[in-house]
Every structure is written in C-alpha cells, then in structure tokens.
Design a protein around this ligand. Structure first.
Ligand code: PEP
Length: 251
C-alpha cells in the first residue's frame, strides 16, 4: 500500500521565532491527534536543525526545499545531500516550479538531484507540472510525460519506488486557482500509467503521487478522495496551523 502524505512547503517565509512557533503548534497538534496520513514539512534550510530537534519524538518528517546535485566543493550557497543527511533530514523537494522559474532548473537537474538523494538513502519529492500556456495549448499530458521520463526514467525499479512525485500545475501554485479534482486525477493517472508501462503496475502502485496547487481546507478532502491522488504538497496553507491541520484531516 502506498503512503498518503500531506507535506507543507514553507518556501521563503517566517523568521526564526515565527518558524519555531509554527513547529511547536504542529508538534502539539500531532501529539493530540491521530492522523490518517504521513505529515512532512519543508521549512527554509536555516531552520532544518531546529525542526529536527523539535520533531525528534514526533511523526513529522523534515525535508529540505532544495539540494545540490553535487557532492561537495566550490558551490557557494549550495547544500549537499551529505549535509542534510548528516543532521537527520528525511529528504528534499526537487525542482519545485519556483526553482524552475527563478533558477533555471530543468528535468536534467532534477534527475541528478533525485539520484544524489537516493544514493544516500534520502527521499526525493520530485515536482513537475505544466504552465498555463502549455495547458491552454492542450500539451499538459505530453509535458508531464517528458518531465517524468527525463527526471526519473534512468532510475532502477527499486530506486523509483522510493521517489514521491508531486504534480503541481504551475498555473495553480499560489494563484488561488486549483485544478479540479478531475483535472488532477487524470494527470495523476497518466503519470502512474507511464510508470506502469516502464516499470510494471506493481511498482507504479507503490508510488505516492501528491497534488499541489492552492490546496486549502475546503478543497482538500475532495482532491484527496481521487483514486490516484495520494496527498498534497501544500504551500500557502501550510503556514497556519488551523489550515494545515484541516488539510491533514482531509484524509
Ligand atoms: C507549493 O508551493 O508547492 C504550492 C502548491 O503552493 P500553494 O499551495 O500556495 O499553491
């Protein structure tokens, strides 16, 4: 059975004190509630050590928002898989659309980052999705196919099983515009069928595919009820415990 996951991407938000306060609220929430999904957070890199400390006895996995494709060396500003591994971080987002948009990341970068994470036993949450222009041109199935193939299809079956995929249509991220549950479901099913064609249905059925793009407390349940949607990658609504906890309760 694949995992249901709600993951919060904090992006570049919150100072130290506010980040600590939100982590403590989430810790309290997790102590007092049984959840039907795994809960992950991806705070800014500066707060990863604090997150690991706060959640040391709680079932909240801590992810980086990005990681270098390189092992070590003269890469100013970068953080390596070895660094995050050495402080007990569980994995990293890979090629979020904002990394693609503002930092020129491509699926070739994603491929190397995914591999670097898997090589040290960490979980990649690989993000893909089409732009508004691509959707309007009816290219969304093809775009997501190309992205998935370039980023993931050099992996072995054992490797790809450890990847979490987040389908995030760019036009729905931070815009208040959400894909309908049916629109999301058809792309999720498409991604799963691509994986099944390459690696077999058993492998495809093990991979959690999350939806991201303006998931809110009032639409989470319906989105998560789709057969190929195994949870959400949540941006804005992960920044308030009231919203994030209601989304978790969508399962
Ligand atoms: C995201 O950052 O991955 C995201 C989906 O953001 P939002 O929920 O704010 O659209």
């Amino acid at each position: 059975m694949r995992k249901n996951i709600v993951a919060g991407n904090w992006k570049m938000n919150k100072n130290f004190a506010d980040a600590e306060a939100l982590m403590i609220q989430l810790l309290e929430y997790k102590k007092n509630n049984t959840t039907n999904c795994e809960v992950y957070i991806a705070p800014p890199a500066l707060y990863l050590t604090m997150a690991k400390d706060i959640f040391k006895n709680a079932e909240v996995e801590v992810f980086a928002q990005d990681v270098s494709e390189y092992q070590s060396g003269a890469y100013t500003g970068e953080i390596s898989v070895e660094m995050i591994n050495s402080i007990g971080i569980d994995g990293s987002l890979v090629s979020h659309s904002e990394r693609r948009q503002y930092h020129g990341e491509t699926d070739s970068h994603a491929n190397r980052k995914v591999k670097a994470l898997l090589d040290v036993g960490l979980t990649p949450i690989y993000c893909n999705g089409e732009t508004l222009e691509q959707r309007k041109a009816g290219q969304h199935f093809e775009v997501v196919k190309n992205q998935t193939e370039v980023a993931l299809f050099t992996l072995s079956a054992d490797e790809i099983k450890k990847v979490v995929i987040a389908y995030e249509p760019v036009w729905a991220i931070g815009t208040g515009e959400t894909a309908t549950p049916e629109q999301a479901q058809e792309i999720h099913a498409h991604i799963r069928s691509l994986i099944a064609a390459k690696y077999g249905q058993e492998v495809a059925d093990e991979i959690s595919i999350l939806y991201g793009g303006s998931v809110k407390p009032d639409n989470a349940k319906e989105i998560f009820s789709q057969p190929d949607i195994d949870g959400g990658l949540i941006g804005g609504a992960a920044l308030k415990i009231e919203d994030f906890s209601k989304i978790i309760e969508g399962f």
